[in-house]
Design a protein around this ligand. Sequence first.
Ligand SMILES: [Zn+2]
Length: 188
Amino acid sequence: MLHILLYPRSMDSYTIRVFGDPVLKKVAEDVENIDGDLVSTCERMLTAMYQAPGIGLAAPQVGISKRFFVYDYGDGPKVLINPVIKESDGEWEFEEGCLSVPGLSWNIIRPKLIHITGFDLNGNEISIEADELESRLYQHEMDHLDGRLLLEYLDEDQQLEAKRILRTRIMDQQQNSGTGLTGFNSAS
Ligand SMILES: [Zn+2]
């Protein structure tokens, strides 16, 4: 029997942009409309995030310079649109990776607690008080929306070393495209 898929379930997943791509350094713009296009964009981003695998993915990481991100820190897929950090408190050190800085991670100190607000895909206002990993995830994704990568938290020597490794990895990857990268559970 001929089976015709009118609405193929396997949409092309996004390619995650890596260090060196100028879109990662741009300050993203507010989302103006929460509509069906945004919903399908978020679905594709979640697919790319789970494939990577990672726990968060911001729109600039797939080449879209808009202020939203998808994430799942173990509580199911979620989206936060036009997020704003209202308050932050304390300090917490954690080993942090990034899908746009493949294969590397560093211990980075950030505020431990944050209060973040934004909107979900239904346009409802969201207000979250987050601690530790959840808080870290939001702060990391906010950085992407502001055009900041993890490398900016490193000292000069660490930055030079990281850039050297990344250049080599990116060149290797281009030469043997098709080989997957090892992901970190904490990558986002
Ligand atoms: Zn990241």
